[in-house]
Ligand binder design. Structure first.
Ligand code: NAD
Length: 335
């Protein structure tokens, strides 16, 4: 049994990761400012509500643990990270700076930083038919947004702490992780969840709106695969950044095709060319993950999206039922 801290453990990847580690019999402390309302069952040993931008909280959080998965971040989908720059950089620099230094002071044995595909330079992502991004492509640096710059800065800070303080650090670069029990509404959701929600809310026939012209490309990795890869990386000797993602490139149109087929609905689409769409094409090269930790995704995009769609469809249905109940109660009250 290990003593593990998962920061951001109230969020999407953090809650799935904490649950996986907890079910393996570890002591798992999770810390977040807010907790994912989607997970009802007990999924950790200890749950603390702390703001990790504050130094004293990081010092308390890192006491008495051997390993830290540092996933806390102020983040969201392309609409959010394109529009919010100062807040994202401010919050994430504070969280990561304090978490690293507090981990050093508390002699934490191993620390994992959750970086992102957003660190990769725009000049390698101008074509929808893009080549997979290899880890070494991060330099010369030119990330697409402030969020990516902060991730790259923190990767460098990890490198400095490893060199100067002999800290044992792992860095995972996630590429579009998706699955059930993640944000699917409210403005911070990412493309798979947003599209599942739009289709689930649509009547049949109906038209939904896609951001961009639908030809921009991405690759998507299912949450269970991402959690498994993260734990494998943490257990390995690899102390350089490692991509965890899928190397199956699809366009947003193809993503929508799969989701619409799963729904069984008759849905047409229109395109909002003024909406944010990020880089033109992005794919993960996972050659290194295959070689170093023997990891690759197992869940197909069709299977992962089917699981995600069913969960979001259920959430949308529950909300509709609740809203109808409220209207009924209101009518009764008025009578
Ligand atoms: P998420 O937003 O669901 O989880 C992040 C959690 O951090 C949230 O629950 C949030 O409340 C918490 N947090 C924010 N500010 C905090 C603070 N001041 N103190 C404590 N907690 C705070 O996001 P996620 O998708 O689970 O991402 C987890 C990590 O992986 C993040 O670092 C993110 O940048 C990185 N990442 C995710 C993806 C992806 O596709 N989901 C891709 C690349 C990188």
């Amino acid at each position: 049994m290990e003593r593990i801290l998962v920061t951001g453990g109230g969020g999407f990847i953090g809650s799935h990761l904490a649950k996986y580690l907890y079910l393996q019999g570890n002591f798992v402390r999770v810390i977040d400012t807010e907790f994912n309302e989607y997970i009802q069952e007990k999924y950790c040993s200890e749950k603390l509500q702390l703001d990790l931008r504050i130094w004293e909280n990081c010092l308390a959080a890192t006491k008495g643990v051997d390993k830290i998965y540092n996933l806390a971040a102020n983040m969201g989908g392309i609409g959010f990270i394109n529009s919010v720059g100062a807040e994202v950089m401010h919050d994430n620099v504070l969280i990561n700076t304090h978490m690293l230094e507090a981990s050093r002071q508390n002699n934490v044995k191993r620390f994992l930083f959750s970086s992102s595909a957003c660190v990769y330079p725009t000049y390698r992502q101008r074509n929808p038919n893009v080549k997979g991004l290899k880890e070494e492509y991060a330099y010369p640096a030119d990330p697409d947004n402030f969020y990516g710059w902060e991730k790259l800065f923190t990767e460098k800070m990890c490198e400095a702490y490893r060199r100067d303080c002999s800290m044992d650090i792992r860095i995972v670069r996630y590429h579009n992780i998706y699955g059930p029990k993640g944000t699917y509404e409210g403005g911070r959701e990412k493309s798979p969840a947003a599209l599942c929600r739009k289709v689930a809310e649509a009547l049949s026939p109906e038209t939904i709106t896609l951001w961009g012209d639908g030809k921009q490309t991405r690759s998507y990795c299912y949450i269970d695969d991402a959690v498994r890869g993260t734990v494998m990386l943490m257990g390995s000797d690899h102390d350089k950044p490692l991509n965890i993602g899928s190397d199956r490139l699809v366009s947003i149109d193809e993503l929508a095709d799969i989701i619409i087929k799963i729904s069984g609905k008759n849905i047409a689409r229109e395109y909002d060319l003024s909406a944010p769409q990020g880089v033109r094409g992005r794919n993960a090269d996972i050659t290194l993950a295959r070689k170093i930790i023997g990891w690759e995704p197992k869940v197909s995009l069709e299977e992962g999206l089917a699981r995600t769609y069913r969960w979001i469809e259920e959430c949308v249905r529950d909300k509709l039922v609740a809203a109808k109940g409220e209207v009924k109660a209101d009518v009764v009250r008025r009578k």
